[in-house]
Each structure stands twice: as structure tokens, then as C-alpha cells.
Design a binder for this molecule. Structure first.
Ligand code: COA
Length: 185
């Protein structure tokens, strides 16, 4: 298992094929996925994990598993994936947390740590999160992680999205600094 970073409560590690079932708890949940076209089935979750693992190999980062350190509970995923934004490829921090564990600040803690990880481990000067305007919980998280927001038409799906972003030079010192950034097996 490759651990990427730790925060006071969370461990972020690389997703593995065996994470199919726990990831289905969130990506297959119709209520949690109501801002997506449809909840995912097992084949889509398998593809999601493969997409993340391909990004680890190609870019050195990707969506990671979020696990609670105190008891090993699988909480969801969070991490940067390169996305096209107005002609540039920018690390976009996405997050999904299983429904029973939502509202505990886990997505915010994980996403802030991912933001810092990108600035410390890559040359990218901007990180962002792309959120549907009606997805208020996700917008609340993005507003706490990033420093600016505007609406735009995202070229990937030709629809209006909220673009939240943080510039390396302008970020504030509010972050939940990861307590460990080692990559270990
Ligand atoms: C978005 C999501 C990851 C948030 O996870 P979480 O661990 O509950 O997030 P946090 O606890 O860190 O923060 C949640 C925030 O949303 C707010 N929130 C929750 N429901 C809300 C609602 N209906 N309207 C407005 N704000 C809401 C909470 O008050 C909290 O903000 P606050 O701390 O300022 O009060 C989770 O809801 C989820 O998995 N949703 C489904 C997947 C998804 O949409 N992912 C984002 C794709 S862009």
C-alpha cells in the first residue's frame, strides 16, 4: 500500500483494485451522486480506479483513497487529477465522502492537504476544483480550500461550472498542513 500523505485524522493512499467495493459505497450511492448524471455501477468504479492509477503513473498523482487513521474506515476519495481548463491542464482536486461520514470536515481536511501536496511536490502554480453550481456541499468545501471563484463554461462538458482556484503565490496560511508526506510501501 502506498501512503501519499497524512493529516491529523486522515491517511491518503493510492487507490487499489481491491477498493472497488468500499468505493461503490460512495460512487454507487444515488443520493451522494445526485449532481452526476447517474450513480456508478461496479464497471464504472473499476474504470475510475484504473483512471486514478493511470494518473499516478503518468503524472505522479491522482485521486487517492481517504482512510480514517483511528480505525481504518474507508471514507472515500480525494486528490488532484489533471483537467483541461480554458486551454491549460490544471490539477483539479475532487472529493467524495461516504454518506454516513459526511459533515465531519473530512473532505475539507483532505482537499486542503492535497492542495498543499501539489504545491510542494509539483511545479503547478494553480490548483482548482470544478463544481456544479447547485452542488452546495461541494461548493462549501471548495470555498474553504481555495481563494477565488468564478463561473465559466467548462469545455469538457460544455456546461456552466463554478471554478474555484488557488494560486501558489496568493494562497493563505490557513492550511491543514499534512503531518507526513512520505511515500512508503
Ligand atoms: C461534497 C462532499 C465531499 C463533502 O464532504 P464532507 O466530508 O461532508 O465535507 P465537510 O464536512 O468538509 O464540509 C461540508 C460542508 O458542506 C456544508 N453543507 C452540507 N450540506 C449542505 C447544503 N445542503 N447546503 C449548503 N451547505 C451544505 C456543510 O455545512 C459544510 O460546510 P461548513 O463546514 O462551512 O459548515 C460530500 O457531500 C460528498 O461526497 N458529496 C457527493 C459527491 C460530490 O458531490 N463530490 C463533489 C464533486 S465536485
Amino acid at each position: 500500500m502506498i501512503v501519499v500523505l497524512e493529516t491529523p485524522r486522515l491517511r491518503l493512499r493510492e487507490l487499489e483494485p481491491d477498493d472497488l467495493e468500499p468505493l461503490l459505497e460512495v460512487l454507487g450511492d444515488a443520493a451522494a451522486m445526485r449532481y452526476y448524471p447517474a450513480p456508478f455501477g461496479p464497471a464504472q468504479v473499476r474504470g475510475w480506479i484504473a483512471w486514478a492509477r493511470d494518473s499516478y503513473r503518468t503524472n505522479g498523482f491522482g485521486l487517492w483513497a481517504v482512510v480514517r487513521r483511528s480505525d481504518g474506515r474507508f471514507l472515500g476519495d480525494c486528490g488532484p487529477m489533471l483537467q483541461p481548463v480554458e486551454g491549460r491542464l490544471i490539477p483539479e482536486i475532487g472529493y467524495h465522502i461516504v454518506r454516513p461520514e459526511q459533515g465531519n470536515g473530512y473532505a475539507t481536511e483532505a482537499a486542503r492537504a492535497c492542495r498543499e501536496w501539489v504545491f510542494e511536490h509539483t511545479d503547478h502554480d494553480v490548483v482548482c476544483s470544478l463544481v456544479s453550481p447547485e452542488n452546495l456541499p461541494s461548493r462549501a468545501v471548495a470555498a474553504k480550500v481555495h481563494t477565488a471563484m468564478r463561473e465559466f463554461i467548462w469545455e469538457k462538458h460544455s456546461r456552466v461550472m463554478c471554478l474555484y482556484w488557488t494560486d501558489r503565490m496568493l494562497r493563505s496560511a490557513d492550511s491543514t498542513t499534512p503531518t507526513s508526506r512520505s511515500r512508503s510501501s
